[in-house]
Design a protein around this ligand. Structure first.
Ligand code: GLP
Length: 241
């Protein structure tokens, strides 16, 4: 794992954006894997700036998001579809029909999981996957205990994850109990992974990611086995290494 140490959140966002823009400009049909949460927001803003300055165009790009809450429609402000529309999609020239997220309010969730895998397969999988890191080591919504050979599936969210994400909702009760997420094996098939981590509160998780044993109890530890991972982290996040 290559570790890129940056000073702060803004530098992390810029660095991540530069790598994405470079890839999008280089490939004929780039496929990006995208994440939600607070961590990539700055990177998305940088991507919008790059687009507005004509440094990049996304007309040939396809995107797949990692996850979505079960039960939330795309027009629900707490859905990840809504988040992506607001923070990125509506500001750039990415075609609507190439911006994929799992459908959280699907009537047939198992079929939705299978269909999502088929779409990724047809797109020949992800060139660059952006990842954030949950405090308990989750990637996407793969909580501790998720099998390393999992594909896109439905998960019961950990109480700790629901609490960590409650800040986006009116109350903890409103945080869905389940989500659809790409599986660990799905994520590991990405050709390149950009893992973004900022802030001292993630320092312990970063330590386990880099030095901990590879164990399903700490999902992100599997990334030690991926050949092309870049961890972009700030001083706070790296303070325990
Ligand atoms: C959320 C998302 C993850 C994200 C993580 C960290 O639950 N499902 O994809 O990486 O938690 O979130 P944050 O960046 O807000 O710390």
């Amino acid at each position: 794992m290559e570790i890129v140490k940056v000073r702060n959140y803004d530098e992390m966002s810029e660095k991540a954006c530069d790598l994405i823009v470079e890839k999008v400009n280089k490939l004929d049909n780039p496929v990006l894997g995208l994440a939600t949460g607070s961590t990539p927001e700055g990177m998305y803003q940088q991507m919008i700036d790059s687009y507005q300055k004509n440094k990049v165009s996304f007309t040939k790009t396809t995107t797949f998001n990692l996850d979505e809450y079960v039960g939330l429609a795309g027009n629900n402000p707490n859905s990840y579809r809504f988040y992506m529309n607001e923070k990125l999609f509506k500001h750039i020239d990415l075609p609507d029909n190439r911006a994929f997220l799992p459908t959280g309010d699907s009537d047939d969730l198992q079929k939705e999981c299978r269909d999502y895998e088929t779409l990724m397969y047809k797109a020949e999988y992800i060139d660059v996957q952006v990842l954030g890191l949950g405090l308990n080591g989750h990637i996407g919504f793969n909580e501790p205990g998720t099998a390393f050979d999992s594909r896109t599936h439905i998960v019961d969210l950990d109480e700790t994850t629901r609490k960590a994400n409650a800040r986006f909702f009116d109350s903890l009760n409103d945080v869905p109990e389940r989500a659809i997420t790409m599986g660990i094996e799905t994520i590991m098939e990405s050709k390149k992974i950009l893992l973004l981590v900022s802030g001292e509160k993630k320092a312990e998780a970063v330590y386990r990611l880099v030095y901990g044993e590879t164990s399903e109890e700490f999902p992100a530890s599997i990334l030690q086995k991926h050949e092309n991972v870049i961890l972009i982290a700030d001083e706070g996040a790296l303070s325990k290494l």
